[in-house]
Design a protein around this ligand. Sequence first.
Ligand code: PMP
Length: 784
Amino acid sequence: MSRSAVPLTIADAEQLARTLYGRVATATRLNGEFDENFLLTIDRQPDSVLKVSHPAERRAFLDLQNAVLTRLGHVPAALGFRFPELIPTTAGDTTALVPEGFQNAGRFVRLFTYIGGIHLGDAMPCAPPLLRSLGTLLATVDQALLDLDHPAARRRRTGDGSDGFRWALADTLWVRDAVHLVTDTRRRALVSRVLDRVADEALPLLPVLRQSIIHGDASEYNVLVRDGRAIGLIDFGDLHRTATVGELAVGSVYAMFGAGDPLGAAAQVVAGYDGTLPLTALERVALFPLMLARLAVSVVNAALRNAQEPGDAYLTVSAAPAWALLEQLAEVPPRVAEVRLFGPVDGVPLPSYSALRVMRHRALGPSLSLSYHTPLYLVRGWKQYLYDADGTEYLDAYNNVAHVGHAHPRVVEAIARQAALLNTNTRYLHHLIGEYAERLAAMLPAPLRVCYFTNSGSESNELALRMARAHTRQRDVIVSAGAYHGNTQTLIDVSPYKYGGPGGAGREPWVHEVPMPDVYRGPYPANDPDAGPRYAAHVSEAVREIRAAGRGLSAFLFESLPSVGGQIIPPPGYLTAAYEAVRAAGGLCIADEVQVGLGRAGTHIWGFELQDVVPDIVVCGKPIGNGHPLGAVITTPQVAASFANGMEYFNTFGGNPVSMAAGLAVLDVLAEEGLQQHALEVGAQLMTMLRPFTERHALVGDVRGAGLFVGVELVRDRTTLEPADREAAAVVNALRERGILTGTDGPYHNVVKIRPPMPFDASNATRLAHTLDTVLATGCSPGS
Ligand code: PMP
C-alpha cells in the first residue's frame, strides 16, 4: 500500500477544514507513512490535526481506532497523559468522507485534538525521568486496553483477512524472505542470526503471553514530550492484538536509540512500565527477544521499502539508529539482558559481595560451605546457564537439580499459577496429586505403582527405610562404601561418606558396608568380565554376616549410579546378583535415584534400568521438581500395605498442589523437549571428546559416563592411583574462572563431576571439552 499518488494540497486541507469542520485555519503538512496529516493553526495557535486516510483504509479499522481513543479518553486526567480526541464534523460525524470535487474524494477524513509537546526523537538522548515516564505512559495505555477486543485488531501480513500489516510480532519471520535486500553482507548475516534467536527465544513464548490490543508503534515520532516527561501518544495506525508486552518491547527499542547504554535506558522504561502494569514472569523472559524481533523487522522493512521506493527519506528514517542498536544488542545473551533490564533481582538493590559474605558469616552456621576459591554470587538462571550479580554468564555443567533447565518458564508458570490458586495438604482431595502419581508410576516398571510424596531426597530415603523396616520388621541395612543418602540422623548413619568422613561418628552395628562397584579403583577392574557378580558377592557376604550375628536384613540401599561416591557406573550384572542375595535374605532393594533419575542416563529413564533390575522401592528427589522442593517414594502394593500399619503418613508439605504442578510440568517438558534422547546424544558426543584425555593428560586416570552423567577421575600416578584431589580442585576452579561450573566428587574428591541441566547441548559439550583440555594442559598445578 503506498501513499496517495497525488497528495492533497495545503489549500485542499484548509478547504476541508472549513467545509467539514467550520474551522478557518492555516494548514501545515505533518509526517505520515500512509495517511496525510495536517496541523491546523488558528490565530497562530496550534488547533487540531486533520487526517486523511490512505486509500485502502478500512472502516472497521477506524472503528477500532475510535474505540481505543474512547477508552483512552477515560484515562484519569490527573495522570497528566493526553491522547488525541476526535472532533466531529459540523454534521456531527466523527468519521467523514472527503467530499466530491476534492482531490482524493471518498477517503476517510477525521479531525483530532492537538496535543502539543515535542517528539521524543527531539528529546534524545533521553534522561532517566523521561524514560520512566515513557514506561508509565505505555503501561497506562495498555492497562486501559487490557479488556478491549475488536475484530479489526487481528492483523496479519498474509492469510485470511490480512491487511498486509508488517509489524505483528507473531509474523516476525516474514522478514526472512526480504533479508536478501540488505545489501551489506555483514549486516545481512547479523539480522539472520538475530532472526534465529527470535525464532528460538521469542516466538515459542508468544502464544502463552498475556494478549491485548496495543498501540504497537511508540516510536520517537509518536511519543510526545513536555517538560521532560512523556505526555502523549499519537498515530494509532498500528493498533493490533498481540502479546501485551510487545508494547513495551517496541517502545523500549526506540527509547534506546542513541543511548550510550541502551539496555540501561530500556531498564528505565521497563521500571516505569512495571510500576504501573506489573509484568508476568514470562513477559520478563520474552521482553528482550521481542525487542530483537522489532529491531529485525524494522531494519529489514527499511531495506524493503528502500528497494520499493528508493529515495523516500521518511521510510528509512529510523534505519540507521536501528542498525546501530541491533549491532549492540544482537549477541547479548538472554539472561544478561534480563539482568540489565530488570536489575539482578528485579529492581531490588542488592547488598555488595563483601557485605553478603559478612552477613553469611554472622547469620549462618559455620558448617555451611561455599564452592570455589572465589565464591559465586548468582542471581539468575536460564536453561544451562547461570548469571552472577554483574550479569556474567556461566555454563552450568554440574547442577543436575535444574533438570529441564534453570528457571524453565513452563515450570515457573505452573508453580506460579497453582500458588495463585491454592496450596494445601493431602488431607483434601486434589486432582494434581493423583495425576502426578499416575504419571510417575507409569514411568516405572510394574509392580512399582504406589506413590508417596516428600520435600527432599533425604525425606524420601528416610521414608523408604521406614517402609523397609515396617515390611521386613528388621533394621539392618547394607550400603556401599563412599555412599551418601541424605542429611537426617538415620541417613547419616547409612552414609559412609558422612559417618566415615570428617566429623563422622563411625559406623553403627546395624549398618553394613560393601565395596563400591568401581571398576577403576576397586578390587575388580573393568576388564574382568565377572566384575559385576564379584562385587555382588560382597553383598552376599554381608548378608551371611548379618545372619551369623543373629540379625535381620531390612534393606539394601544403593544409588543406581553412585554420584557422591565418584560418578560410578557399576559393571553389568552387579545389581541382578546383589538383589538376588538381598531378596533371598528377606530384605528389600531400595534404588536411590535422587541424583540420576528421570532420563539423565540417556538410554533409560532410571539408573537401575541400566542393570536390568526392578527395585522394591524407588527414591526420587532433586531433578523431579527442577529445583522446587519435591521428593517421591514409589513402591509396590505389598510394601505399601505393610507400611499402612495404622500409623498415618502425614507430611505437611509433601504432595502439596504447588509441588505437584511443578512435578507435572517437569514431566511435560522432559517429554516435549525430548531431553532423554538429547542426553543420550550429547553425552555420547561429550564422552567421545573426553575419552582421549586419558592418553593426552597424565593426570586423567579415567573418563566414565552414561548420558549426561560423566566423571573425569584425576590421579597423580596411574599405578598407585594416588588421588589428585588438589589438582581436581584446581581444575574446577580454573574452569570456573573460564565461565564453566563443575564440581568434585568421590571419596577422595578427585573426580570432576559433569551432570549438567539436561538442555546442555553439543556446543556446550565442545566448549567444556576444549576448556578442560586447555586447563589440564596449563592451569592445574595443585594450589593454583
Ligand atoms: N540421595 C543421594 C544419592 C544424594 O546425592 C542426595 C543429596 N546429594 C540425597 C539423597 C539427599 O537429597 P536432599 O539433599 O535433597 O535431601
